[in-house]
Design a binder for this molecule. Structure first.
Ligand code: FMN
Ligand code: SF4
Length: 412
């Protein structure tokens, strides 16, 4: 490493907060909430992350509204769960870590919750993602819908501040509502919210600006965006650069660079194919869902995992933007983290390696290991549907009892 390359163990200032090192746990749906309420299992999960040395751990998939939930048990941010959110933040802070909440709205990607009327999206039409639960139609949001959803993001961010979170991350990737605007795969609008990349970014940027204005003095405001959708006619890296510049101007403290869409290009998101063997085990009782998932795998390219699989795309974004960027995608060794720093990224963001071993960062720091044992088999992904929550299939099972008790009842 050259003398002016940051060490991954050096501190990082992100807006109003400072991280103790450059390792961030990526938002990765834990499946550890019940009827929208965080459970004791979620507290344990993120306490373990903080204890294992990550500077900022991200609680995944917090829906900003009931109709923005993709899954029935998914966290739904409302005042009722304030004590549960406080239990989460207190547990992480007690370990010296910082904690972020990923804020999301599914839009039309509402796969398992019946929504009254058509689901919201950038454009109208048949809603493929909603077929299983009867959400057959989606409708293009109008300005009043946009104002209402912006308000929901703001209220959710304010709730996170009240609960003691250090950051919020707006989910603008992977095919959820804000991404449905960004991607030409789902945005066919002819008004100022459609067409050129800057127009497609208009609504997501409005949301970020409003959240920043509301909580930006106290919380870091991050956004997770796609470097590209990874399929023909999808958003490109050039689009991501336009989006990134606009988000920076709106006040984003950092962009987390991901890629791919749940329906069209899950393999691109993970840099490896879905693990259908584990999926069949976990969803054995849900034959229709499993059949749909198997169908969705038809025509998917077979790909081999490559370390740092988004580096070529992310490098281009790094060269075009002068704001903090978190490298994500197949980083799993100390050398990968150092490479991310050499390439000019401010942080390294990991999901699977930390599911495999929550102690990984402290082991890197103490010289106990330099490489994660994660094989990127994606066996953990189907376990977001398991009653005990997600886990690495190479580790012992989680205690399902912890996923039945609300976080607020966690013993002190
Ligand atoms: C079990 C699991 C659940 C995930 N759920 C989410 C999620 O809720 N939100 C999100 O933005 N990304 C989610 N992801 C994607 C990760 O954040 C990350 O983009 C991806 O795993 C690639 O990073 P990695 O190579 O460090 O694992 C999930 C990943 C895994 C393994
Ligand atoms: S199941 Fe374990 S080894 Fe496989 S990808 Fe997930 S964390 Fe890695």
């Amino acid at each position: 490493m050259s003398a002016d390359t940051a060490s991954p163990f050096s501190t990082l200032k992100l807006g109003p907060i400072t991280l103790k090192n450059r390792f961030i746990r990526a938002g990765a749906n834990e499946g550890m909430s019940l009827d929208g309420t965080p459970t004791q299992a979620l507290v344990k999960h993120h306490r373990d992350m903080a204890r294992g040395g990550v500077a900022l751990t991200t609680v995944a998939y917090g829906a900003v509204a009931a109709r923005g939930r993709t899954l029935p048990n998914q966290i739904w941010l409302r005042a009722d769960i304030l004590p549960d959110l406080k239990a989460l933040t207190a547990a992480v802070h007690a370990e010296g870590g910082r904690i972020s909440m990923q804020l999301t709205h599914g839009g039309s990607f509402v796969t398992s919750v019946r929504v009254r009327g058509a689901t919201l999206s950038a454009s109208s039409g048949i809603n493929k993602a909603g077929l299983l639960c009867g959400n057959l139609w989606q409708r293009a949001m109008n300005e009043a819908d946009m104002a209402a959803v912006t308000g929901e993001f703001v209220r959710a961010a304010e709730l996170c501040r009240e609960a003691g979170f250090d950051a919020v991350e707006l989910h603008m990737g992977h095919g959820y509502l804000l991404n449905q605007f960004l991607s030409p795969l789902s945005n066919r609008r002819r008004d100022e919210y459609g067409g050129a990349a800057a127009n497609r970014a208009r609504f997501p940027v409005q949301v970020l600006r409003a959240v920043k204005q509301a909580v930006g003095q106290d919380l870091a405001v991050l956004a997770k965006i796609n470097v590209a959708d990874g399929v023909r006619n999808g958003a490109t890296v050039e689009d991501a650069i336009v989006t990134g510049r606009l988000l920076q101007a709106a006040g984003a403290d950092m962009l987390i660079l991901s890629g791919g869409r749940n329906i069209e290009s899950g393999w691109f998101m993970f840099g490896s194919n879905m693990n259908m063997q584990e999926m069949s085990k976990v969803l054995a009782g849900q034959r229709l869902t499993l059949a749909m998932l198997k169908l969705s795998q038809r025509g998917v390219p077979r790909i081999s995992f490559r370390p740092m699989y988004f580096l070529d795309y992310s490098r281009r974004i790094r060269a075009a933007l002068d704001m903090p960027l978190g490298y994500l995608g197949g980083a799993s060794s100390l050398a990968d983290a150092q490479l991310a720093m050499q390439e000019g990224f401010e942080a390294v963001v990991m999901a699977r390696p930390l599911l495999h071993d929550p102690l990984l960062v402290s082991k890197f720091e103490q010289g106990l290991t330099s490489e994660s044992g994660c094989t990127h088999c994606n066996g953990c992904v189907p376990y977001i549907y398991d009653p005990a929550g997600t886990r690495c299939i190479e580790n012992p099972p989680n205690d399902p009892a912890l996923n039945l008790k609300p976080a607020r009842s966690t013993p002190g």
